[in-house]
Design a protein around this ligand. Structure first.
Ligand SMILES: C[S@@+](CC[C@H](N)C(=O)[O-])C[C@H]1O[C@@H](n2cnc3c(N)ncnc32)[C@H](O)[C@@H]1O
Length: 231
């Protein structure tokens, strides 16, 4: 089953589905992104954050709204997502503290020790090589910096899911049905805490916690001397 999942699973959200995701994520601003942004701001009062697999950028936007001294760079493999995120940052007058770039988690285009914090939400389950992506997160983190890799099972409340489904046009409903058929046949991998421990052992991260919180929440710190990805 695992080989079939890896063969069929999409990592990046395809361009045609980016709009559907963006509209769903918009409904989760108050219930999911805003409280999470609050937690992140409580962890890091000022500095530079990298959001890996940023999607439409709702989390970075909620973060900079709450903290004047934080800048966020968001990368995503789907250029359409980067377009949505950049447009929204401009519309909200926050483009000076938010940068959205097309990029790949496996080869981050940043130097070693570039960020005070790395975050990633809803991407872990999609990565075909999560150890490599996490090692890259560690490489770009400054020593002493923390990475929060959160993979919630669901970000929409039941009510918002119904609102979103009702908002779809007939061809979007059809496209969504076809697209959602795949994970039903080959469900995305949901990590257990034990599996995360094994996964982290393959990365340069040493200190950290993993907890099951409607999905999985990993919080790891980069120690001095960590972050060299062996090639
Ligand atoms: C489910 S969305 C989550 C988006 C956002 N973090 C959020 O919480 O709304 C996953 C995102 O990760 C991106 N993604 C998946 N694999 C990636 C990779 N290897 N590098 C960069 N982005 C990736 C997808 O294109 C998609 O936009």
């Amino acid at each position: 089953m695992e080989w079939l999942r890896l063969k069929l699973a999409h990592e990046a959200i395809p361009g045609w589905a980016a709009g559907l995701y963006e509209r769903a994520a918009r409904l989760a601003i108050e219930s999911y992104y805003a409280p999470l942004a609050q937690e992140i701001v409580a962890e890091l009062g000022s500095g530079r954050i990298l959001d890996v697999g940023t999607g439409p950028g709702y989390l970075p936007i909620e973060i900079v709204k709450r903290a004047r001294w934080i800048n966020v760079v968001g990368i995503d493999a789907t250029p359409k997502m980067v377009y949505f995120a950049s447009q929204r940052a401009k519309a909200q007058g926050m483009a000076d503290r938010l940068t959205f770039i097309a990029g790949n988690a496996y080869a981050l285009m940043f130097g070693d020790n570039s960020f005070d914090m790395v975050i990633s939400t809803g991407v872990l389950h999609a990565w075909k090589d999560p150890a490599r992506a996490l090692a890259e997160c560690c490489r770009v983190l400054k020593p002493g910096g923390v990475a929060w890799i959160l993979d919630p099972a669901q970000i929409l409340t039941g009510r918002n899911r119904r609102v979103w489904r009702r908002s779809l046009r007939w061809w979007e409903k059809l496209a969504y049905k076809v697209y959602s058929w795949l994970p039903r046949l080959v469900p995305p991998h949901r990590f257990s805490v034990g599996e995360i421990k094994d996964l982290l052992a393959k990365t340069p991260f040493v200190d950290g916690t993993a907890e099951q919180r409607d999905g999985i929440a990993i919080k790891v710190t980069k120690r001095r001397g960590e972050g060299r990805l062996e090639r």
